[in-house]
Design a protein around this ligand. Structure first.
Ligand code: C5P
Length: 222
């Protein structure tokens, strides 16, 4: 019997993180936030003083990431070498650096196995850009969650403010658009909805409405 996998892909700020967390809790499934792995590669490179444009060195770092995710409060803490780096990972400059290193084919392939190892009983919810299209093409349920760039910028503003981090709307919107551009146009694993994914536009939906739609669809699939 295969272990069920639910994938949630989409651009940054569409609400994948919250939806993934809620679904994983409701179903008691494991959770993989794949974006965190690209952010970790970028952060680890920065900490080691490695230039993130050096594909080979960043790929070597990605292969050796000592990463774990542990439950913390309402979410998960991301641990790098045993240290909680969750706050550092959320910084916009790390997001941008992650988007750059994520375009390197050797970095992506270095992280494939690590991502597939997250599949454990009773099931997995995985969010990212290429979960349904590349990493888990066999997934039982695939969701593509998107929203207008302006709506996503509003949400990111709020997240940063809530975390007590500096936030500038115009810069956030510009970063989101640049990241969309990067993620959609790269040659390996570009951001696209898998043909068999359910597309949900969350621009005019509350989190509860998105969650209800997703759960209704998942119940039909698994
Ligand atoms: O989802 P998050 O914003 O944390 O992801 C950071 C960056 O990592 C994205 O902009 C994207 O370039 C990259 N990423 C990816 N494939 C994934 C998840 C994230 O390329 N599956």
């Amino acid at each position: 019997l295969s272990i069920p996998v639910i994938t949630i892909d989409g651009p940054s700020g569409a609400g994948k993180g919250t939806l993934g967390l809620w679904l994983a809790k409701a179903l008691k499934f494991h959770l993989l936030e794949s974006g965190a792995l690209y952010r970790l590669s970028a952060l680890a490179a920065q900490l080691l003083g490695v230039d993130d444009s050096d594909e080979q060195q960043v790929a070597d770092i990605s292969k050796q990431l000592d990463v774990s995710f542990i439950p913390k409060g309402d979410g998960v803490a991301v641990m790098l070498n045993g240290q909680d780096v969750s706050a550092a990972l959320r910084q916009e400059d790390i997001g941008m650096a992650a988007s750059r290193v994520a375009a390197f084919p050797s970095v992506r392939s270095a992280l494939v196995e690590c991502q597939r190892n997250f599949v454990k009983a009773p099931g997995l919810v995985a969010d990212g850009r290429d979960m349904g299209s590349t990493i888990f093409p066999q997934a039982e349920a695939k969701i593509f969650l998107t929203a207008r760039a302006e709506t996503r910028a509003d949400r990111r503003m709020k997240q940063l403010e809530d975390a007590g981090l500096a936030a500038d709307y115009d810069k956030i919107l510009a970063d989101i658009k640049a990241r969309d551009e990067n993620d959609s146009n790269r040659s390996v694993s570009p951001l696209v909805a898998a043909p068999d994914a359910l597309v949900i536009d969350s621009s005019d939906l509350s989190l509860d409405e998105v969650y209800d739609k997703a759960l209704e669809y998942i119940r039909l699939k698994i």
